[in-house]
Design a protein around this ligand. Structure first.
Ligand code: ZN
Length: 240
């Protein structure tokens, strides 16, 4: 018997350790709009998406909310908090339907202790997220919405592994990019006229991946290159 998963972090766990925790790992179907974690609540579960996409929303005290990142098959939600403050400082909600694995926080802490591969994978994931967060600050300040939207759509497709059909509304895109919905409507129309996407009510189809890639802002390549370097690092720097 083996444990198999499409989540790239879970897949790193040593087979013997994964089998030991197999009864603690639960495969679940996530539904668009489902809230996995509210801001300020205790983190009870650690999530590992396979083809679902989780949006991390940061909220202001005035009640406004903006996407602070998206987590797909290459990531996890709750893992850092479960081994830290055990509180969430952001809201996690499902952006795109799909499957995920989840594990109770206390079982996750045991798993973390017993799997050195998991500790290395998490360390690399933290570094990759930091690279992305820093680059996206620059992206927001420098690059045009149309080009940022291309980057976001390609990332959403890659991280959810859902191909060319993305269940995203213009409002969700506006949230993700931190702009007005009317700005997204203008950018979306331009990309449609160019034949790169087809926007329908509640969904977007990517019609031409290579041209969308060419139209995406350079941050996509900058982040991808850095993250590839991080993932390829063979030195187990976080191990004693
Ligand atoms: Zn950019």
């Amino acid at each position: 018997m083996t444990f198999t998963t499409d989540n790239e972090i879970l897949a790193e766990i040593e087979p013997a350790v994964a089998l030991k925790f197999a009864t603690n790992l639960e495969r679940v179907e996530l539904t668009r709009g489902q809230v996995l974690q509210e801001t300020g609540d205790a983190v009870d579960w650690v999530w590992f998406p396979e083809n679902a996409l989780i949006c991390i929303a940061s909220e202001s005290v005035e009640g406004e909310s903006v996407s602070g990142g998206m987590i797909g098959r290459n990531g996890t939600f709750g893992a850092f908090e479960a081994c830290g403050s055990r509180l969430s400082y952001a809201r996690a909600l499902v952006q795109i339907d799909g499957n995920a694995w989840r594990i109770r926080d206390h079982h996750y802490r045991d798993l973390f202790v017993q799997s050195s591969n998991l500790r290395v994978a998490i360390h690399k994931h933290i570094e990759a997220l930091l690279v992305e967060a820093r680059q996206l600050v620059a992206c927001t300040a420098i690059h045009r919405v149309e080009h940022r939207m291309c980057r976001f759509l390609l990332d959403a497709s890659a991280r959810s592994h859902q191909g060319s059909h993305l269940t995203l509304t213009q409002e969700e895109l506006a949230n993700a990019l931190g702009v007005q919905r009317s700005t997204i409507a203008v950018a979306s129309s331009a990309l449609q006229r160019s034949g790169l996407i087809r926007s329908r009510r509640g969904s977007i189809d990517i019609l031409d991946f290579s041209r969308l890639e060419a139209a995406a802002c350079s941050c996509r390549r900058t982040i991808a290159f850095a993250q590839q370097e991080i993932l390829m690092t063979s030195e187990r720097v976080c191990e004693a």
